[in-house]
Write a protein that binds this ligand. Structure first.
Ligand code: NAD
Length: 482
């Protein structure tokens, strides 16, 4: 059986205590590898390697560092098939998504930040008899704790700017998806990234590698993507050593469809914003609100598409649009929300069950049909909590003010989508949303230079473009008396 090891100081190593855990393909239920389980000891080894590497990587001229990271981007592209296969086996996501989003974006993250950071200037202020200028320096060793929904994409979204800014990293990938972080270690070695710049410790969160990284005194900053409750736990552990923190957390994003919208376009895109990656995207619009005059049309249009155009099944089939959820445990969690909606009197228009006609190979897989629910008021569990599966609730509204009020009635504030053909409404509603990322008449259209992050319980800070540079560097002001 394949073993997935830690990647520390340019070498693949096992845990000192020999502990491993199984890596399961959620589409088939098969164990595909054994993963070394790291703890405080492995984290410390990785942090010491990163500290050592930082002495040279942190002082390397930006152009040279960027050139190496561009080679890394190229190295990912050269091994795209290996990355795609590994990501699909770990997550059960369809190849149509992994080959168009996950892996290309993993590579693009390195290109984006390697190029961008070459051209960012610092400030300079002249005053009477003195000159001030700012020097930008890297922070040091950064801990990267990442989730399972876009394993390579979300991990490199943090690793790329951290390395481009001159830091060294210790990554703790999700225990559900260990493979591509490990593969990236192979590519680092192949393209000549110095040993210790990129390190990976495999393992779990609490009482395991994630917690050890969060509290290690030599880790200067933690950048984390995952659940809000995990963010709180990390913050507590990081407090003693006063680390910088960047948190990208959960969401329960509203999708407002006004009667003046281009309905066809709104429905087609709403299918993606509801069910892409099996609904396991932090930016998914899981709460759909439709103006009452078009409410029935919206529900019927979504149900028709969910039952007639979505193809659930074999992740490796290029025609598949909906793969498996991340695990059987997560499947049960998502089902518990559907059950709670039923208990609250909801109508389940479609889905809410495992597809009946899956090939024998996938009968143990964590597949779930796309599910459309109506009839829930705002206080129901399925309307309030993040489900993180292929499940949406659709609710009518009567006025613009009511739509805004319903949309903002949540502890979260990650993203929101507005569908309207009225220019003024687009601006006023977008401005009124309590969310960090707004889309009007589109969804998931991303420019990597823009600020990305959430308000309220959806996060702390922004990453993307210069915002990443702000987090992954320190500014020093130099004042010279003339
Ligand atoms: P999770 O919080 O369960 O796990 C994320 C990572 O944290 C994993 O590597 C895990 O091992 C680690 N971890 C868990 N407990 C820990 C602890 N006590 N100390 C240190 N590390 C710990 O999240 P998940 O289930 O992997 O991902 C799904 C969640 O991520 C959803 O809530 C989703 O909304 C969120 N998410 C947010 C964004 C965003 O950009 N805002 C993007 C993707 C996913």
């Amino acid at each position: 059986m394949k073993e997935i090891k830690h990647f520390i100081n340019g070498e693949f190593i096992s845990s000192t205590n020999g502990k491993t855990f199984p890596d399961i393909n959620p589409a088939t239920g098969e164990v595909i590898a054994q993963v070394c389980e790291g703890g405080a000891k492995e984290v410390d080894l990785a942090v010491q390697a990163a500290k050592q590497a930082f002495k040279t990587w942190g002082k390397m001229p930006q152009a040279k560092r960027s050139a190496l990271l561009l080679k890394l981007a190229e190295g990912i592209r050269a091994r795209a098939d290996d990355f795609i296969q590994a990501e699909i086996a770990d997550t059960g996501k369809p190849i149509s998504l992994a080959s168009h989003i996950d892996i290309p974006r993993g590579s693009a993250n390195f290109e984006q930040f390697a190029e961008h950071f070459k051209y960012v200037a610092t400030e300079c202020y002249e005053m009477e008899g003195a000159l001030n200028y700012a020097l930008r320096v890297p922070v040091g060793v950064i801990g990267v704790i990442s989730p399972w929904n876009f394993p390579l994409l979300l991990m490199t979204w943090k690793v790329a700017p951290a390395l481009a800014a001159g830091n060294c990293v210790v990554v703790k990938p999700s225990e559900e998806t260990p493979a591509t972080a490990s593969l990236l270690g192979e590519v680092c070695n192949a393209v000549g990234i110095p040993a210790g710049v990129y390190n990976v410790v495999q393992g779990f969160g609490k009482d395991s590698a994630g917690e050890a990284l969060s509290e290690h005194p030599d880790v200067r900053a933690i950048t984390f993507t995952g659940e809000t409750t995990t963010g709180k736990a990390i913050m507590r552990k990081a407090a003693d050593s006063l680390k910088k923190l960047s948190f990208e957390l959960g969401g329960k994003n509203p999708n407002l469809i006004f009667a003046d919208a281009d309905l066809e376009e709104a429905l087609n895109t709403t299918m993606r914003s509801s069910f892409a990656n099996q609904g396991q995207v932090c930016l998914c619009g899981s709460r759909v609100y439709a103006e009452r005059s078009i409410f029935d049309k919206v529900v019927a249009g979504l149900v028709k598409r969910a039952t007639e155009t979505v193809k659930v099944g074999d992740p490796l089939n290029p025609q598949t649009t909906l793969g498996s959820l991340i695990s059987q445990g997560h499947w049960e969690r998502v089902m518990s929300y559907i059950d709670s909606a039923k208990a609250d009197g909801a109508t389940i228009h479609c889905g809410g069950k495992r597809p009946a006609d899956l090939p024998a190979k996938f009968t143990k897989g964590a597949f779930l049909e796309p599910t459309v629910i109506t009839g829930l008021d705002r206080h129901c569990k399925a309307q309030k909590e993040e489900i993180f599966g292929p499940v949406i609730t659709v609710t009518p509204f009567d006025t613009e003010a009511e739509a805004i009020e319903l949309a903002n009635d949540t502890q979260y504030g990650l993203s929101a989508t507005v569908w309207t053909s009225q220019l003024q409404r687009a601006h006023t509603v977008a401005a009124a949303m309590e969310a960090g990322i707004l889309w009007v008449n589109t969804w998931f259209l991303r420019d990597l230079r823009t600020p990305f992050g959430g308000m309220k319980n959806s996060g702390i800070g922004r990453e993307g473009g210069v915002h990443s540079l702000e987090f992954y560097s320190e500014l020093k002001n130099v004042c010279i008396k003339l």
